[in-house]
Design a binder for this molecule. Structure first.
Ligand code: PEP
Ligand code: MN
Length: 344
């Protein structure tokens, strides 16, 4: 449930309404908007039966929220969340492009990739040091050595680092180097990991699960946020479906759906969705045009020698071509359309 405070509500009334909710054993999430303040109530609404919520001083109305996710919901937080990653803003009209290798391999490759993607307009550097591989006999990631290379590349280029955390045991080492913690498809529903990461306070790029629903993805964001984290980006990387021509199936209409239902930034990953270099670019272009707040794209100068996902890695020249194309596109804004839309 949500308490919508009247535009004239004073700071004291807002604080007292929030403590009233808390005194009833519920959490109160206060969002101070430009025009109105709302207080989201988190807890079992049955416990509030008989409480006169509308009688609380300063409350204009009480709204029911039927979605099981609360903190991630647009109802609880009507304005877009804007995440600041070392000065790179994401969300609320700020768009980012994260690019880099699937796995960090050599320093020379990494620095070549980092410099070229930065020159083309990327704003963050991605690179895996702990890799979730289908086979235990394939490259599992360079571990801390790879993280050190990422730190060097950050020093050289100024780009913040996005890197995957796979296990609770690697939290300390990942936190030493990562500016954004990536939680991968295979861990989207690792609830104990989500709870721990939610306590760290670092921005998270949360990918959708291999065959997850949108509601499940949002509930995983809710796990992170229920531990206090605000800076969560939802990343769409496709799901396994009846369609097997490409690596995964990415439903881009979900970008607009999510923009309506959540305030969190939405990032499109065309690399893991398409799985093949030539189809990554049109999907990236479409994801940008449909209004995603960002893209995450794999790039490698020598894809044949990449230690993972070489087939889907763009060459630096392809990435540059793509960036020029997307920079010429005016992305769709669901919010701009909604401002002038007639009711049906
Ligand atoms: C990756 O980003 O390299 C990766 C393993 O992604 P996903 O979790 O989407 O498969
Ligand atoms: Mn990959």
């Amino acid at each position: 449930m949500i308490l919508v405070m009247s535009p004239e509500a004073t700071k004291e009334q807002i604080e007292s309404a929030a403590s009233q909710i808390e005194s009833w054993g519920h959490r109160a999430s206060v969002t101070i908007g430009e025009e109105q303040t709302i207080i989201g109530i988190i807890g079992d609404k049955r416990d509030l039966a008989g409480r006169a919520l509308t009688a609380i001083s300063g409350v204009e109305k009480v709204l029911e929220v039927s979605a099981p996710y609360k903190l991630a919901s647009r109802h609880f937080h009507p304005e877009d969340t804007v995440i600041d990653v070392c000065g790179v803003k994401v969300g609320g009209g700020h768009r980012c492009v994260m690019a880099g290798p699937c796995s960090v391999d050599t320093y020379d490759n990494l620095i070549e990739i980092a410099k070229s993607v930065k020159a083309a307009g990327a704003t963050m550097l991605r690179g895996g040091a702990f890799k979730p591989r289908t086979s235990p006999y394939t490259f599992q990631g360079g571990g801390e050595e790879a993280l050190k290379m990422l730190a060097e590349a950050k020093k050289e280029t100024g780009m913040p680092i996005v890197t995957e955390l796979m296990s609770e045991k690697d939290i300390d080492v990942i936190c030493k180097y990562a500016d954004v913690i990536q939680l991968g498809a295979r861990n989207m529903q690792n609830f104990s990991l989500l709870k721990e990461v939610g306590k760290l306070g670092k921005p998270v790029l949360l990918k959708n699960g291999i065959a997850s629903t949108v509601a499940e993805h949002l509930m995983s964001a809710e796990y992170l946020m229920s531990e206090g984290l605000k800076d969560v980006m939802l990343c769409l990387r496709g799901v396994r479906s009846y369609e097997t021509a490409l690596r995964n199936t990415l439903e881009l209409a979900i970008v607009s759906y999510l923009k309506t239902h959540t305030h969190l930034p939405i990032i499109v990953d065309p690399s893991h969705a398409a799985g093949k270099r030539e189809y990554v670019m049109p999907l990236a272009y479409a994801g940008w045009a449909v209004g995603a707040d960002g893209l995450v794209i794999e790039v490698h100068p020598n894809p044949k020698c990449a230690l993972s996902d070489g087939e889907q890695a763009l060459l630096p020249t392809d990435f540059d071509y793509l960036m020029k194309k997307i920079n010429a596109v005016e992305p769709w804004s669901q919010a701009d359309w909604a401002k002038q839309a007639k009711k049906v």
